[in-house]
Design a protein around this ligand. Structure first.
Ligand code: ATP
Ligand code: MG
Length: 140
């Protein structure tokens, strides 16, 4: 089964939505291989989102991601990477509510930056991100 890195962001953790989100994931066929609540400081959040350094929303993004606990997850499923991105819906919460009202971001997101969940966007990203959060996880 393919593995992806999924993260429940501080807005959804603070709102108490972790179990609701993981129940939807399991009902959609994902196996929750790992689930770990932790905090990222600004340095670690900046490193995780390094590809966005220099963009206008970067400082807000890093501030948000280090504002409270996140839940780091490894999810497994056939086509996990693409299917988790589809389940999350569009990046912007308001776009998600318009275009994909059943998606996780439509249901649990807050605004353009605070959008409830993250998912790896490619096999290379999944490898990097799973190692970043779960250095001891076997990925073969
Ligand atoms: P993620 O990487 O968190 O799964 P994504 O792949 O859908 O989201 P990216 O383009 O990688 O979107 O952006 C990373 C994160 O940065 C988004 O999830 C969102 O929190 C924030 N972000 C992206 N674009 C914007 C924007 N235009 N305005 C504000 N915040 C943004
Ligand atoms: Mg992304």
């Amino acid at each position: 089964l393919e593995k992806t890195y999924a993260m429940i962001k501080p807005d959804a953790v603070a709102a108490g939505k972790v179990d609701d989100i993981l129940k939807i994931a399991e009902d959609a066929g994902f196996v929750v291989v790992r689930r770990q609540e932790q905090r990222m400081d600004a340095v670690r959040a900046g490193e995780f989102y390094a590809e966005h350094k220099g963009k206008p929303f970067y400082a807000n993004l890093v501030g948000f991601m280090s504002s409270g606990p996140i839940v780091a997850c490894c999810l497994a499923k056939h086509n996990a990477i693409k299917d988790w991105r589809a389940l999350m819906g569009p990046t912007n919460t308001f776009t998600a509510r318009e275009d994909a009202p059943k998606s996780l971001r439509a249901k649990f997101g807050t605004d353009g930056t605070r959008n409830a969940t993250h998912g790896s966007d490619s096999p290379a990203s999944a490898m990097r991100e799973l190692k970043f959060f779960f250095p001891n996880l076997r990925l073969d």
